[in-house]
Design a protein around this ligand. Structure first.
Ligand SMILES: Nc1ncnc2c1ncn2[C@@H]1O[C@H](COP(=O)(O)OP(=O)(O)OP(=O)(O)O)[C@@H](O)[C@H]1O
Length: 251
């Protein structure tokens, strides 16, 4: 049974509809990447799934007692606030030192418990946010542009970490990619959102193509893949202003 089922979901802010009749499901252990242009409703979709935004139509059905870990797009920490990683991870309450060490190890930063939050690098901070989401032992991890601000190698390394987490815990992952055409190669499915579900499919893995190497070098360990939209189907919508065909390497 699906962990989460989104049925015919629409989301509006005032008179403005930003998501229109979106349906998708997430199966246990599956990795799904959502791509789409800025403002296409990606964050709104994740927020609707966690119940932070009310649908104007349709519904989100969660499997009984499903646990969701959410890594938000941005988290503003007051840099003058002295707070250690360990203290930050304790904030949900009822969290033991063992839970913290375990989550940090799963997130690939076992030695950061005593570090100051404000002194972490971008990549370390993302991993601490990941650890925060992992503390509740989620069945589903929701990641909103978790690699934004990281360089390609940093993104690849983060994606490899996510893959390890999936292998170790069996959790499903629904993540938003901040790039239209580059996704985690371990994605089982890629869904392109543009207010509605524009199209979906598997990522074309072209790690050996010269174009891919030119873009990403060879040091990413195959964690990144280009995604090419598969346009077998018709597009009746007039609102497609993003470029579908810049990844010739996937041909
Ligand atoms: N709370 C809100 N109130 C009003 N409008 C909002 C709100 N949140 C988002 N929007 C608008 O809804 C649209 C979709 O936003 P959303 O953040 O879901 O898109 P996104 O695909 O995640 O964008 P980005 O890639 O830029 O992060 C945007 O035009 C945004 O300005």
């Amino acid at each position: 049974m699906s962990l989460v089922q989104v049925e015919d979901l629409s989301v509006s802010y005032g008179a403005r509809t930003v998501l229109s009749r979106v349906s998708l499901h997430v199966a246990p252990g599956e990795i799904i990447t959502i791509v789409g242009p800025n403002g296409s409703g990606k964050t709104s979709l994740l927020r609707a799934i966690i119940g932070a935004v009310k649908p104007s139509q349709g519904r989100v059905i969660q499997r009984n007692e499903v646990k969701i870990g959410y890594v938000p797009q941005k988290l503003h920490i007051d840099e003058t606030l002295p707070i250690t990683v360990s203290r930050f991870l304790k904030l949900p309450g009822g969290v033991t030192a063992e839970d913290i060490n375990h989550a940090l190890a799963q997130a690939g930063v076992p030695d950061l418990a005593k570090a100051q939050l404000s002194q972490l690098s971008g990549g370390q901070f993302q991993r601490v946010l990941l650890a925060h989401a992992l503390i509740g032992k989620p069945d589903l991890l929701l990641l909103d542009e978790a690699t934004q601000g990281l360089d390609q190698r940093g993104s690849a390394s983060f994606y490899q970490q996510i893959e390890t987490v999936r292998q170790d815990t069996g959790c499903a992952v629904l993540m938003i990619s901040h790039e239209l055409h580059v996704v985690m190669s371990a994605s089982d499915r890629v869904i392109c959102l543009n207010g509605h579900v524009c199209c979906e499919g598997t990522p074309a893995v072209v790690a050996s193509a010269p174009e891919y190497r030119a873009l990403f070098g060879t040091g990413t360990g195959g964690a990144l893949a280009l995604y090419r939209h598969d346009h077998d189907h018709d597009h009746d919508h007039g609102d497609h202003n993003h470029d579908h065909d810049n990844t010739e390497a996937a041909e």
